[in-house]
Design a protein around this ligand. Sequence first.
Ligand code: FAD
Length: 371
Amino acid sequence: MELFDVIVVGAGPAGATAARTLGARGLSVLVMERYSFPRSKPCAGWISPWVLELIGVTPDQYANRGTLVSFSSLIVWDGRNVGREVKFDQIKGYGIIRSEFDASLVSLMKNVRFAEDSPVRDITRHTGTVTINGRYRAPVVIGAGGHNCPVARKFGRIRPDERYVTAVVSETRLGRDVINSLTPHPDIPQVIFHDDFTGYGWYFPKGDYLNIGVGTTSAERLTSHRDALMLRLKKGGMLPDRKRYPLNAFTGHAYKLMRISPRRLCSGGILLAGDAAGIAYNMSGEGIGPAVFSGLCAAETILAANGDYSPRSLTDYPRLLYARFGAPYPEKLISALSLIPGFLSPLVRLSAVTSRTTRRHLVARRWFFRD
Ligand SMILES: Cc1cc2nc3c(=O)[nH]c(=O)nc-3n(C[C@H](O)[C@H](O)[C@H](O)COP(=O)(O)OP(=O)(O)OC[C@H]3O[C@@H](n4cnc5c(N)ncnc54)[C@H](O)[C@@H]3O)c2cc1C
C-alpha cells in the first residue's frame, strides 16, 4: 500500500489545479488519470480572462504554449438568422484548444506524482482513510474525474432524477484561409439559441480551427438541435465544402449546472471539484473557470484543515463555492417556475434575440461575459 497526503482523481482543469496548489505547498500528492496526456476533450474552448488570472499565467505566456485567440465581441443571432455583434472595448474571452490547455495545466504541477493511464475503479473509505484500487491510500481524496467521476458516483449523493446539460462539438483544423472564406468574423464566437430555448448552438472560428457545437437541457432533442444548427450554417454559406474539407465528427457528453440538482460537495475525507461537483454556470454552461476555481478552493480547504478531514472541518468548501456561484435553487422552485427546460419566461427568451439592449446587457454581459 502506498500512502499520500492527498489523492486527486482526474487531471482535467479541476484536478490539475488542485494538485498543483497542494504540491507547491509541500504535501505529497498522487494524481490518478484514466488517459495519457495530452488527451482530447470535447469543448468549445472558450475561457474568460478570469481563468488565466486564476492559474497565474499571462496571455503572452500562454500564447507561447498553445493557441490563444482573444475576442472582445460576441455575435448573437436574432430571430431572422442575422448575426448581431455586441462589441466591448476590452478583451472578454479567449479561444483555446482543450488538449493543449489541459496538458499545459498538468505541466505546471510540481512535486506531484502523476499516474497516467490509471483509471480509478474502486474506492473504499474507512475511518480516517480512503483507499483507491486497493493500492493507494490517503486521508483525503479530491474527486475531479468529470461528470461521471467515480468519487462523485460513490459519495456525491447524486439524485436519480439529476438534471443536466448535454453538449456535442466538432472541432476541425481548416487553416486560416478556409476560415476567412467562410466568415467575415474569424475569432468572434457566434451564439445561436435553439428555437425552444433549451440551450444554444455556437460557431467559433478560432485561429486555424473551426469549432461548432450545441448544448441543451433537453437531451432527447440534442440531435435535432445539432441538425437544425448545421442547416442554418449551411444556408448561410458558413460551412466548408464537405468533400474538400470534411469536418470532424461531433462528440460530447453530459455535465451538470451549478444551481440545479446539487451534489454533496464534501463529506469526511472527500471533496468534489469541477464537473464531478456539477458546478458549470447555469446560463452559458461555462465549466472551465468553475473547475479551476473549485480546484483551488478544494486545495485551500485541505491546507486549512491541517490533517482534520472530518465533515465539520471541510464545511468552508461549499461556502466558498456558493459565495462565488450562488447557492442551489430549491428543487420545488425550479419545477414551479419551469426553469428547465427554458430557464426564462417566454417574453425574456424572445427579447434575448430580438432586443439590442437584452443582447448586450443580459446575453453578453450577464450570461457569457461574466467573470
Ligand atoms: C461539448 C462541450 C463544450 C464545452 N465548452 C466549454 C467552453 O467553451 N468553456 C467552458 O468553460 N466549458 C465548456 N464545457 C464544459 C467544460 O468542458 C467542463 O466543465 C470542464 O472540462 C470541467 O473540468 P473538470 O476538470 O471538472 O473535468 P474534465 O475536464 O472532464 O476532466 C476530468 C478528468 O478526469 C479523468 N477521469 C474520468 N474518470 C476517471 C477515472 N475513473 N479515473 C481516473 N481519471 C478519470 C478524465 O479522463 C479527465 O481527464 C464544455 C463541455 C462540453 C461537453
